[in-house]
Write a protein that binds this ligand. Sequence first.
Ligand code: FUL
Length: 483
Amino acid sequence: MKNSVVLISPLLFLFLFGCKEVKPPEPIWPLPSESQLAWHQLEYYMFVHFTVNTFTDKEWGYGDEKESVFNPSEMDCRQWAKVARDAGMKGIIITAKHHDGFCLWPSNYTEHSVKNSIWKNGKGDVLREICIACDEYGLKLGVYLSPWDRNSSFYGTPEYLTYYRNQLNELLTEYGDVFEVWFDGANGGDGYYGGARETRKIDNKTYYDWPNTHKIVRELQPSAVMFSDAGPDIRWVGNESGMGSLTNWCLLKKDEMYPGGDFAKILGEGHEDGTYWVPAEVDVSIRPGWFYHKTQDSLVRSPGNLLELYYSSVGRNSNLLLNVPPDRRGLLHEKDVESLLAFRQLREKEFETDLVKGKKVISSVCRGKGFHASNITDGNPDTYWATEDSQTKADFVIDLGAPTEVNRILIQEYISLGQRVRGYKVEAMVGKEWQKVVDGTTIGYKVIRRFPVVEASKIRVSISKSKACPVISNVELYRAPGI
Ligand code: FUL
């Protein structure tokens, strides 16, 4: 009798109290800021390229376009916002000024804007309209202000910086909260430049004095994130084809980089030993061009193609910034709208029923009370499973109860404590055997992996390499349509 008590006690103790109570893991630097954390959660939002190019059928305006060409016949920002909302997007980033220098708002610092167009007799303001529409549809607003300005006579001189910053000031003070400021990397070349019609080259590294422009944004819109090829807050993914990198660190040695530099490969993967949190954003267009061209009406991406983009962006620890350019009416074209809405339906079908809900999860090791594997499936993004500090290899098993068809897995790290995982593997118990279904390197905010359908009674996720003890906040499993 005495012996059996001794034997049972530890089991009883484990059953009653789980693992012992301990402190949370120390963060692994660098960490995301509050604004970056909020940005990660947006995941999918709209890019809107709209300017004189829409009316001249160009991609890059030279800067000498007459203001009168800008004349949308049925302009309706509410339609853009409604479509964005209905498509499941969380915000809109608009080209307030593209390389041609034409301003969609009546800037006090140039005549080259909507105020000299025919549209609304020069009384219109696209930024005002989009700002109101975003509010109405619960969307966030972001602004693209091209550093390269082919219209301005100042471009290439020090005065241009004052001009540029004055315009930024207008955008950041007159249109409410801005969630993202988009600094493009295309810089310098030939242009109108106030009539000079010449080529002006600038030194990407020094000309723009970015640190001082960044300070203006921080001061005027403290919760906005800033995008460019090299951050400071969000980085370009290194291509415009919609491809996030499978290995994708949210970290970057950004001090060694600058906008417009030749860093495409690095930008995809980021740096495992990066010194700043600078996650990747995938910007890509629903059409071949960034601006609307009637000739491309038949080339709008299909819903299936958009789903592929979703997997190669949101599914690879990146946000998806999908460009949908308004046409000459000032409306999103019917073809684009149809595709966007059908894509939403496809997406919802992919992720219809989370097969993990209510299932038992058991980990090989656990840090202690408060960090159990059950946190992975509790639907709360603020709880997570963690191991002890010394354990950088560990696994957990989801018991599906009965053989169940699955072909998608979604995994999230608790990134508030830094990005850690360097290698993982997912296996399915098929019959009595463990079968590998997918493996990978980084996880980060989120990965969604596809694999051929298996009938699994259990799913095992093994973290094989991690910078420090893994912290996993969420796992979901799906049986998406198809094989
Ligand atoms: C590029 C620009 O040159 C394109 O016109 C477009 O705005 C794209 C998003 O960024 O650098």
